[in-house]
Structures are given as C-alpha cells and as structure tokens.
Design a binder for this molecule. Structure first.
Ligand SMILES: *Cc1c(COP(=O)(O)O)cnc(C)c1O
Length: 381
C-alpha cells in the first residue's frame, strides 16, 4: 500500500493535501474550531438556520413521535408521514405537480441524471457545474458535452450539432458554488425550447436565497414552468440535510421506479424530514432573512473589491477571493485564522488549476461588526 503514502506526499508538496478540522459548537456565525472561538465565513448555512430553535424543536418532536431510524428504503416500509408532508410543501413552493426527496444533493444528482439518460443521449453541462452533476452524467453513460462557463454560443453550437442523439439535456447550477455567480437561465431556457432539449437546474445555493418565496433563481426569473427538472438541496440555506427534485407527477413516479440512489438506500429519518418542513416554512415566511444575507453580501463584496481583490462575477452570498496560487491561498487562510476568522482555501481539483481562492460565504446572522472585522483583517494581505 505504498501508493497511499506516495499520493499523500505528492499532494502535500503541491499544497493540495486536505485535512479535517473539528467544530465543537453549534453551526453559527461563531464556532469553536479546534478549541478556539472564531468567526465563521465558510459555511453554506446562509440564513443561519442550522441551529434555529424552531427547527431543533421540530426534529425533537418527530423523534418523540416516530423514533429515529426509518427502518427501510422508501419503497419498502420507509415512507413516513413527514416525508410526504415535506414533498407536498416543496411542490407547493415550487409550483410543480410533485416533488421527491432524496437523502442528499449528491445522491439526487447522480440518481436523477443516471435514471433519465443513457448512451443514446447527450448532456450539455457548464464547465463549472458541481461534481455531483458530472458524476451523474458519467454514471448515465450519456455523451458529456462541457461548454465553457456561461458560453451560450458554444452551447448553441453543440445543440445544433446534436441531431443524432435521442434526448438532449442542458444541466446547470443556478448559483455556481465556487464562483458565486448565476447561470443565464433565460437564455438556456430559450435555447432548450428552440432545440427541443430538456432543462435541469441545481438550485443548491439559490434555494432559500432567491425568488419572491425563496424557491430559487428559477422563481426569481419567472422561469419555473420552463424548467423540466428542478433539483435543490435542503443542506445549505435550509440548514438541514437532504435534497429534492420538483417537477411533473410522471417525472417523480419515473424516478421512484428508476433512480437507484432513491431505491437502494434507507429512507431519510423522519426527524430530518420534519426539520426540513419547518425550514421550508421559515424560508417562505421570513423575507427579512433573505434580504439580510444579500445586503450583507453586497457590503462585504464591495469592501473586498475596494481592497483590490478579484471577486469574479459574484452576485450572491458566495464571494470568491481569487489568489491563483494554492500555497498563497493556504497562507492567507492561516493568517486569518490567527486573527480569529475562519475562511477556507479552495484549491484544485475543486476549482480549475491556477484559480485557487478563498471562498468567503456570508450569513444573514453576521453583524456589521463581523463583516468590518473581516475587511480590516484582509487589509494588506
Ligand atoms: C452542495 C451541492 C450539492 C450536494 O448537496 P448535498 O446535499 O450536500 O449532498 C449538489 N449540487 C451543488 C451545486 C452543491 O453546491
């Protein structure tokens, strides 16, 4: 097993080795990290719901009522009251006929894409789409056509040349997880219409943030009824765990019958479904939280830009601070940690070569002082 040691040493020498750190507190704007209290600027808990009292209470109540484990897969005897309640709530919010819950976003993407598409099909995917989308495509054995980030001309050219394939799919993150910019959804929907392709969106970082009711970017842009497959996670802004797909009744029934990551896994515990129900309610009702996270992001982004950093095209609570070099990204992350601020360095292969960055994420619960302290500490880095 020499290859293990060799690989790890090679990663180490390129500043690409990764380690786990321990959090010993609630997931909040402040956390206890490896024994030290620090400000948290790297969580996807955008709305600060991960330690919300109402969500905790909903989970505890469900444990009291249903116990913890769900006993089997959804198709055997694992489908419980709270799963169906959650699916109804999500469908209502998304204005779709049905919704189906998966155990995680990773499992949703791999399961949905591999169930729906096969070797006679072609899938167009933005180069910066999430790894779980890529893995779903690989698993499906459909032809993968990557287009450069946001390159609508390349996408159109690809669609034009795709007549020999049986089905065509365009799949995109709506908010890109490492760049914090948004997909050109209207153009994508128009191209799909023109070239008879299906559209799938991954709203992982948009659900709970964008749209009149927090349903995501498709809602914000009024495109919900032009998108065939709306996927998102309950693990980020919703502060819970799990994922959903929203769409037609046939889509959900088909996935129940064919999505292997839905069929061959134990149902999510009721407590998780109950917690997510509560989170969906809070998201719909609490517009102020959504407004706050976006105004916090705006303030911080402006400040970071003024310090001379490149934040790419970010317009969301994800603010990349591109420093290119992996060892430099690590060094800055370490310096900030010494001042009591936790910001992770993101390096290849999570981002393309030579685009290592700090990925700053903002929460609705950060105070003005938190934001200004981060800006103060970034001065001169
Ligand atoms: C986080 C993420 C996922 C995976 O979701 P999990 O619920 O964490 O497994 C999928 N897609 C995108 C774009 C993500 O950012």
């Amino acid at each position: 097993m020499n290859f293990l040691e060799q690989d790890l040493q090679e990663l180490e020498s390129k500043s690409l080795r990764r380690f786990l750190r321990k959090v010993e507190s609630f997931q909040s704007r402040e956390i206890i990290l490896d024994g030290k209290r620090v400000l948290n600027f790297c969580s996807n808990n955008y709305l600060g719901l991960a330690d919300d009292e109402r969500i905790k209470a909903a989970a505890v109540k469900a444990i009291t009522q249903y116990g913890f484990g769900s006993g089997s897969s959804r198709l055997v005897c694992g489908t419980m009251t709270e799963h169906l309640k959650l699916e109804e709530k999500i469908a209502r919010l998304k204005k779709t006929k049905n919704a189906l819950v998966f155990s995680s976003g990773y499992m949703a993407n791999t399961g949905i894409i591999s169930a729906l598409f096969g070797k006679d099909d072609v899938i167009f995917s933005d180069r910066l789409n999430h790894a779980s989308i890529i893995d779903g495509i690989l698993l499906s054995r459909a032809q993968l056509k990557r287009y450069a980030h946001h390159d609508m001309q390349a996408l159109e050219q690809g669609l034009r040349d795709s007549a020999t394939f049986k089905k065509r799919l365009i799949v995109t993150d709506t908010v890109f997880s490492m760049d914090g910019d948004t997909a050109r959804l209207k153009e994508i929907a128009d191209l799909a219409h023109r070239y008879e392709a299906l559209v799938m969106v991954d709203e992982a970082h948009a659900f709970g943030i964008f749209g009149e009711h927090g349903a995501g970017l498709a809602e914000q842009e009024g495109l919900q009824n032009q998108i065939d497959i709306q996927m998102g996670t309950l693990s980020k802004a919703a502060g819970c765990f799990g994922a959903y797909v929203a769409g037609s009744k046939n889509l959900c029934d088909y996935l129940i019958n064919h999505a292997r990551s839905f069929i061959y896994t134990t149902a999510m515990p009721s407590a998780l479904a109950a917690a997510a129900c509560e989170a969906v309610d809070i998201i719909q009702q609490d517009k102020e939280r959504r407004r706050k996270v976006l105004s916090n992001a705006q303030h911080l982004r402006r400040g970071i830009k003024n310090l001379g950093f490149d934040t790419l095209q970010s317009t969301t609570p994800i603010i990349p601070v591109v420093v290119k070099d992996s060892s430099k990204a690590l060094a800055i992350s370490k310096q900030l940690l010494e001042r009591g601020i936790f910001v992770q360095a993101i390096r290849p292969p999570t981002v393309p070569m030579h685009t290592a960055r700090l990925r700053v994420t903002v929460m609705a619960t950060h105070t003005q002082e938190d934001l200004d302290f981060l800006l103060h500490c970034m001065k001169g880095l």
